[in-house]
Write a protein of this length. Structure first.
Lengths: 116, 119
């Protein structure tokens, strides 16, 4: 069965510093996609970044980068130069590409607080 | 490009009442999802549509929940009758479609959600 694990329930970071949010996954699929979403207190789920399992380069989107280590089955999110508006819940998710694994599987999330 | 639209944003009802939520996906997105997110948890898939057909409704409590996407575009999720444990955020998401293994074709885009409180 597929599984996503986020071991950090809460994280604090000083404004303008970088922060890494951890995500490990388990799957038997050879091909899969990994996602990070941000959920502010307003409730909307905002897509941040995508990494395909066969992508050789780590994904980057502005201040967001994904540290993808396939052998370790980890897909950590790195936020550079944190801003106050980055305070939110962050969810790691995975979608397999075969059979019954096409459903998006979610971690429990990490609550990030950015301090001024 | 317009995002996923949902209404209402907030709804408060008493138990045993009925409620309906509406979702309009991103134009051209064939796949539509309804999720339930209880406070402190990740989203739970309730139902997935491909055009106007149901792909997965295995976690939909069919004795009280129903959903439709009659013309393959917008969708409605209904709860009848509501229970206290239905208090949650209901998220609608859409994706371009089946197949496609990379980037935007694999990504689900979410609406702002509907926060339901059942008293």
């Amino acid at each position: 069965a597929q599984k996503i694990t986020q071991t950090q329930p809460g994280m604090f970071v000083q404004e303008k510093e970088a922060v890494t949010l951890d995500c490990t996954y388990d799957t038997s699929d050879q091909s899969y996609g990994l996602f990070w979403y941000k959920q502010p207190s307003s409730g909307e789920m905002i897509f941040l970044i995508y990494q395909g399992s066969y992508d050789e380069q780590n994904a980057t989107e502005g201040r967001y980068s994904l540290n993808f280590q396939k052998a370790r089955k980890s897909a950590n999110l790195v936020i550079s130069a944190s801003q106050l508006g980055d305070s939110a819940m962050y969810f790691c998710a995975m979608r397999g590409h075969a059979g019954n694994n096409r459903k998006l599987i979610w971690g429990l999330g990490t609550s990030l607080a950015v301090n001024p | 490009e317009a995002g996923v639209a949902q209404s209402p944003r907030y709804k408060i009802i008493e138990k045993r009442q009925s409620v309906a939520f509406w979702c309009n996906p991103i134009s051209g997105h064939a796949t539509l999802y309804w999720y339930q997110q209880i406070l402190g948890q990740g989203p739970k898939l309730l139902i997935q549509f491909q055009n106007n057909g149901v792909v997965d409704d295995s976690q939909l409590p069919k004795d009280r929940f129903s959903a439709e996407r009659l013309k393959g575009v917008d969708s409605t999720l209904k709860i009848q009758p509501a229970k206290l444990e239905d208090s949650a955020v209901y998220l609608c998401a859409s994706r371009v479609g089946r197949g496609g293994r990379r980037g935007s074709t694999d990504t689900q885009y979410f609406g702002p959600g509907t926060r339901l409180t059942v008293l």
